[in-house]
Design a protein around this ligand. Sequence first.
Ligand SMILES: C[S@@+](CC[C@H](N)C(=O)[O-])C[C@H]1O[C@@H](n2cnc3c(N)ncnc32)[C@H](O)[C@@H]1O
Length: 454
Amino acid sequence: MPDSLTPLLACPRCDKALDLVPTGHRCAGCQVDFPSIGGIPWLFADPGTALGEWRGRLNFAIQKLDHDAAEITSALKAKDIHKLTRTRLLRLRSVTRDDASRLRNLLEPLEISSLESNYATYLALRTRLPSDQGLTTYYANVHRDWAWGMEENEASATSVVDALGHARAGKTLVLGAGAGRLAYDFHMRAHPDLTVAMDFNPLLTLVAKRVMQGDSIELYEFPIAPERMEDEGVLRTLKAEAPVRDGFFFVLADALRPPFITQSFDTVVTPWLIDILPEDFVVLARRINRLLQLGGRWINFGSLTFNTANPALRYTVNECMAILEECGFENTRLVEATIPYMCSPASRHCRRESVLTWTAEKKKKAERPPRHEALPDWLVKGEEPVPALSSFQAQALSTRVYAFIMSLIDGKRSLTDIANLMVEQRLMNENEAEPAIRSFLIRMYEDSQRSSRY
Ligand SMILES: C[S@@+](CC[C@H](N)C(=O)[O-])C[C@H]1O[C@@H](n2cnc3c(N)ncnc32)[C@H](O)[C@@H]1O
């Protein structure tokens, strides 16, 4: 069968075309091999580092489920536990364990079973591993897309297909496709020549691929606000109405380094993506311009809540419209609608979102966007010395104090004993030690009492 995906693919490091090789793809210029994970091209600029990082995130998430099950076991040991509570906890422990085992199976292509770090190590390294894009960040999307989200999925698909108007979708790229429902609906209804669904989360993409090839997958949903006891872990069957038609491809890669030959697509769709990317919208608009052929269109769908500390980059819709024009787009059409969002039937929590859909035609080439540099070389390559940044030194000191206080907790010492030891060690004076240790322990205690599932 001819491979219609490879001619579209470019090296995320140098932008040159990639060759198809038995193990995946290869950039002859950079001499880098890009593997295929579960049959999906893995096209991150540094494929080994990205694989290591995602394996860590996924392994952490599964270990977290094991840890949750162990916590339930301790809770069950309480003497005066209510009969109904016991029933609920026994059920929750069983579904939590079952979910961990189902996820392990699903994620087999990532070979995470070879990892050995334990839960505490991952927790300590949390600053980067699960951060804001862990395994379960968009886990609810899987259930919305393939189990209960008919109304929401229909509203999204209608908005995006309508945005196409009378134009031919041609070659279509869906960036940040997640669990894939919108990309699937677009492919089935708008009949593009081909659709590439790209995301950087392997769990969502592996689920999407399995479901679209006609498999049913069973995974638990853990709603934000379960309505009843049996809603705390609902086994859902994820299934598509029909296998996806030919011409649908998955790619795992970073949207900030999209691994595609310039001007390969007639349509680029960005559903619920632009405002969560850590990149100035101006640069992103240029990046999308580069992916499109002249006359092609960008369909953007979703909210507009730019998630950045810099207030200047939290653009409103008027600013976005002006930026689109400055970045080579014209004939922009904008539609606003209010739709339900993440309204699981098992949850008391449900949102309504006022979403924007715009279609903007590429009329001119935009200025070339800079190559996105996510992390410095000492982090990516791992061979250069780690710089002794002043913030690292400050953190090292506070970590030592933290470790010291934690080491004093032995089940015998009181808060006052610990404060006295801090004074003896000359880490604090008499006046400040006791209140400071109390505040610290209150925070640790409150953290220990908080549910960490969501
Ligand atoms: C809010 S979700 C939307 C998912 C899907 N488009 C939908 O409408 O349900 C954002 C998606 O973007 C993906 N994503 C976030 N940053 C990304 C990046 N830098 N590269 C690729 N995908 C990214 C996430 O994994 C997630 O699937």
